[in-house]
Design a protein around this ligand. Structure first.
Ligand SMILES: Cc1cc2nc3c(=O)[nH]c(=O)nc-3n(C[C@H](O)[C@H](O)[C@H](O)COP(=O)(O)O)c2cc1C
Length: 418
């Protein structure tokens, strides 16, 4: 039975940790909970203990009645040092919610609570789920602490965007749903083994992500608002499900998901070249990048100076990479496109694109809807084939990614590859 250690720090979202414990135990995991002193101001240990039937550890100086074991384990005769023993038995350690304060301590290696002390001593996969006000989250200190943790191999579960606890405030900082947290922990638990046994194992998946930039001069460009979050979610989930994944990232500032090969590009021409190099050996192409449709006809070699009367830019169309790749596809290759359409008859336009470019599936997201699409952690899409349309309701991009990958598998099953 997999053993999950959950650290809870002091934030409003601590109540969601209770639901996480309920879901994790219902899914057959054995769970122990550690809490900071501040966390206890938001939710009481008794609540966790009631669900777990096991004591919660709130201080590194108290004896652990379970001697570092997890529910279901036999008690050892020897009474070990609690915070060291409990991490030795754990298969994964998640801190959720991870407060700004606790993240800062983890980044600098401080060990002043049972949560932070145990974190340092833990050799199992470690995950943190930051949750806080958007200004606290976006502050350079928090971002640097997260970058430090990522660089040390700690899995940072990105917070969701939406309404925050403080009245009337919106932004990035919400703790993802407990079900999503559990999915991430399970992914970490499985590691290489579960990937190897995943339903995409043996497949080579090529994902494009982000938005291309077409230079006007050495400092300016024509670009778009695509952040690459959807593409990176696809790459992450495809790799977790066993695929050999390459992501071609056009100006993406996100961390590369585990077990994913990354190729960075800037312009549409570079994206095209990278795609043509890697597409022939790929089984599935997920073209989620937003390439610029036009580029300046002439790129100035020097920075254009401010012109009082304004300037005109002549634009020329770029190559349609997806149509060209699709036209060159070999037997057994599945080609999936993405359409970011703005209101109106979005479905008709997406279907037209599907047919024109000879795609197997097109993923439509209507970017006129608030809170989804570009630079958001959530999305809501329609999956359109020549004869089906499936709506996928608003959810985390990783959840949407799984639905898209499910469809890719089904498409390949429906049309067996030679
Ligand atoms: C009402 C209230 C809500 C808070 N919510 C959060 C939060 O969501 N995220 C966060 O990082 N800090 C939040 N804080 C601040 C932390 O509780 C505070 O920084 C504390 O020292 C964290 O301690 P810990 O990291 O040891 O748990 C909140 C404080 C209060 C009073």
């Amino acid at each position: 039975m997999p053993k999950i250690l959950l650290g809870v720090s002091g934030g409003i979202a601590a109540y969601k940790a209770v639901e996480f414990v309920r879901l994790a135990t219902a899914a057959g995991h054995s769970v122990r909970v550690l809490m900071t002193a501040s966390a206890r101001k938001f939710v009481g240990p008794d609540t966790f203990e009631g669900i777990l039937g096991a004591p919660v550890l709130t201080s590194e100086f108290e004896r652990d009645p379970m001697r570092g074991t997890f529910p279901g384990d036999e008690l050892p005769e020897h009474d070990p040092i609690g915070h060291l023993a409990v991490v030795e038995s754990a298969d994964a350690y998640l801190i959720a919610p991870a407060s700004a304060n606790t993240l800062a301590k983890l980044a600098t290696g401080q060990a002043d609570s049972i949560v932070t002390t145990s974190f340092l001593a833990c050799e199992a996969p470690r995950l943190v789920a930051p949750a806080m006000n958007n200004r606290m989250y976006e502050d350079a200190a928090t971002q640097e602490n997260l970058a430090t943790l990522r660089a040390r191999g700690i899995d940072v579960i990105e917070p969701d965007e939406g309404s925050l606890a403080s009245k009337g405030e919106q932004g990035v900082g919400r703790l993802p749903d407990p079900a999503e947290l559990l999915r991430r922990v399970e992914s970490a638990l499985g590691g290489e083994d579960s990937a190897a046994a995943g339903d995409l194992s043996g497949l080579k998946v090529l994902v494009t992500a982000g938005g291309t930039r077409e230079p006007i001069d050495p400092v300016r460009y024509i670009g778009n608002r695509s952040s690459g979050r959807m593409g990176f979610a696809l790459a992450e989930r495809a790799a977790a499900r066993g695929a050999e994944v390459t992501v071609i990232a056009a100006n993406v500032s996100l961390a590369t998901p585990t077990r994913v090969t990354r190729v960075d590009v800037q312009t549409t021409a570079e994206l095209s070249a990278a795609c043509f190099t890697r597409f022939p050996e790929s089984d599935v192409l997920l073209m989620s990048a937003a390439p610029a449709d036009f580029r300046p006809l002439v790129r100035s070699e020097t920075k254009l100076t401010r012109a009082t009367e304004g300037i005109s830019l002549d634009l020329e169309p770029t190559d349609d990479i997806l149509a060209a790749l699709s036209a060159n596809r070999g037997p057994g290759q599945t080609v999936i496109g993405f359409a970011a359409e703005h209101g109106g008859d979005a479905e008709t336009r997406a279907s037209g694109k599907l047919e024109r470019k000879g795609l197997d599936l097109i993923v439509l997201n209507d970017v006129s809807k608030e809170g989804i699409g570009f630079d958001s952690t959530e999305n809501a899409v329609a999956l359109i084939t020549a004869d089906t349309l499936e709506e996928v309701e608003r959810a985390a991009k990783t959840v949407i990614a799984d639905r898209i990958l499910d469809r890719a598998i089904k498409l390949r099953q429906d049309e067996p590859v030679p």
